[in-house]
Write a protein that binds this ligand. Structure first.
Ligand code: AN7
Length: 397
């Protein structure tokens, strides 16, 4: 029995299902979320560290952990000078496999164990597969990952490989890989751990809890984060709403979702009032190269209910923000993560974020996941020398 009895509820028609049932969508096709018979916690209940500090607000007992969560909140005083806002970066690259996905997997894989399953699968632009593979290695489960061929960063691929996942490289993009893994799981009784799985999002909502606690319950005005399959922004909003309903937060921050210009279906939906997938999504930020986000409906609701918005950034803006964060704040984040900082800058310029606001940018993954993109840019500036040439360097000092 889980500590908090819970069930699944459709966000569209509100039909309810038992959480002992393996199910990813409502009969009506709507997305499901985890709901609790009674969700109760006070500040005193938050003890221990990381994701499981919030066990009173989670749907399963901890069955597998790699010490996820407790990521740093970094005040960015050097960037603030130019930006005119108060800025913190919540650096999810501090997690055990280097991305926020670990928060979801500790809960999602614990759920799989509770259900008595031993085979799991996901489609991935990289980080989900890296994280799932690590948690399943630890819990002795068989892992199947479906990745878009040639379109995932090497650091992430190396992680899935070394943790022993069975890797299927798909001739096509992430959206096709997701369709395929859906069929694969249904046919073979394999547990599906993409963010359509609402138990994963329960782990990820702890980003919001942690940020609010780290700011001593004085919430920021905005949380800016990258959006791909759109699970994380939905999870962050769920966490904020729960804290509000528990009386731990007066007014939740506004959420601003950032997408790459070539893969921006959520931004289009917020602007146009209706969702349609983007065919052939493209961006150098491979983590968020997603045209048909499975959680679109949850994410669009989250952005609207929070009073926030969405914005696109170009690849050039993303890579520039990555360098600025590394060179002014000492934080090396992967391109998708830097999209949050690039997006913040754009929102400040357009007046979407007012001067003097308190802002959190969530940087979702570590820069070492994708070193190639940086080395490509800088290798021409490296100087090869021999010992006898040391004297010449004096001119540079
Ligand atoms: C670094 O790994 O979708 O909007 O398959 O790796 O919750 O999808 C990764 C997504 C942002 C977008 N930043 O989060 C995958 C995958 C990083 C990411 C996102 C991802 P969602």
């Amino acid at each position: 029995m889980s500590p908090n009895s819970n069930f699944l509820r459709c966000i569209k028609c509100e039909k309810e299902y038992s959480s002992d049932e393996v199910r990813y969508r409502c009969d009506c096709g709507g997305l499901l979320e985890v709901r609790y018979d009674s969700l109760r916690a006070t500040k005193k209940d938050f003890t221990g560290s990381g994701v499981w500090r919030y066990k009173k607000l989670l749907p399963v007992d901890c069955r597998v952990t790699l010490n996820e969560g407790d990521t740093g909140l970094y005040r960015c005083e050097n960037l603030e000078k130019g930006f005119g806002v108060k800025l913190w970066v919540k650096n999810e690259g501090d997690n055990p496999t280097g991305s926020f996905k670990d928060r979801g997997m500790t809960v999602g894989v614990s759920k799989a164990i509770q259900l008595g399953l031993d085979k799991v699968a996901c489609a991935s632009t990289g980080n989900t597969s890296a994280s799932l593979s690590a948690y399943c290695a630890k819990s002795n489960m068989k892992t199947f990952v479906f990745i878009p061929s040639g379109k995932i960063a090497y650091g992430k691929l190396a992680q899935a490989m070394v943790h022993g996942a069975r890797i299927y490289s798909i001739k096509g993009n992430f959206d096709l890989a997701l369709e395929m893994v859906n069929d694969f799981c249904a046919k073979h009784g394999v547990y599906w751990l993409n963010s359509i799985n609402p138990f994963r999002l329960e782990g990820q909502k702890t980003i919001a809890y942690e940020v609010i606690e780290q700011l001593s319950f004085k919430p920021p005005d905005y949380i800016v984060l990258p959006v791909g399959n759109a699970g994380n922004i939905s999870a962050v909003w769920k966490g904020l709403v729960e804290f509000r309903d528990l009386g731990l937060l007066d007014e939740p921050p506004k959420l601003i979702g950032i997408q790459a210009e070539g893969a921006a279906p959520i931004v289009n939906a917020i602007r146009d009032g209706h969702f349609s997938p983007v065919e052939n999504p493209s961006t150098a930020a491979t983590a968020i190269r997603i045209g048909n986000p499975v959680n679109a409906e949850k994410a669009i609701r989250a952005i609207r209910e929070s009073g926030g918005s969405a914005e696109t950034v170009t690849d050039e803006e993303i890579l520039k923000a990555q360098r600025v964060l590394a060179q002014k704040e000492g934080l090396f984040v992967e391109p998708a993560s830097a999209a949050s900082v690039a997006g913040l800058l754009k929102c400040i310029e357009s007046g979407k974020i007012e001067e003097g606001s308190r802002v959190i940018c969530i940087t979702t993954g570590h820069g070492l996941k994708d070193p190639d993109i940086v080395v490509e840019r800088f290798k021409g500036e490296m100087v090869e020398i021999e010992k006898r040439e040391l004297e010449i360097l004096a001119q540079e000092i």
